[in-house]
Design a protein around this ligand. Sequence first.
Ligand code: PGA
Length: 224
Amino acid sequence: MQYLIANWKANKTLEEIHAWFETFLTLLEQDENLTRALESKNLHIIVCPAFPFLLTVKELTKNTGLSVGAQDISVKAPGKYTGEVPAALIRDIAEYTIIGHSERRSNFGETEEIVKEKIALATGNDITSIACIRTSEDIIPQHATIIAYEPVSAIGSGQNEDPALVIEMKRRLNLGTEQSFLYGGSVTRDNIAEYVHTREIDGYLVGTASLDAQHFFDLAKAVL
Ligand code: PGA
């Protein structure tokens, strides 16, 4: 089973989202292998838009086999927290959420403690966390079943991590059999085969290359 996750970050307007799906779903409809892989859940494709568009993406992915993910959740439960989006409010929309992305840790002061609390809140609301770690020093909180290793030097830089080093990190983490190990950081259609060939990686968290529907479709074909 493989995961392919589109992390659109703070990108894509409503209009751009509609255009992306028009292209992606047209390509998908013409591809029996991929359609079958999604139906049989051999492949999970998870699209993570900005908060205002979660519902739109949920509607656009209906009956397609694709899933919806949030890019984050609030560390707060529902209440008097203007501007926050707690897990309880999106549990019916998003099946997954990214937690602890390095951009949140570095730009918004997200600590290990916050990451841990967010994962507990996601789990309590039946949302599956995609827990991001930057190094083996980052703590993997309990209940984190999908772990995405994203070295800071590789994110958005075009300098993807050597697959051998990714495998080394996987070994060091010594994950349980129920945990999935994903890689993220400058994954493109030109380098993804190097990782797929190792047969050690359970999926990919993709930023830049996910913004283009054709490019992301090519990645989906490559992980199969
Ligand atoms: P990138 O982003 O693919 O643009 O490197 C990956 C991520 O930040 O999840």
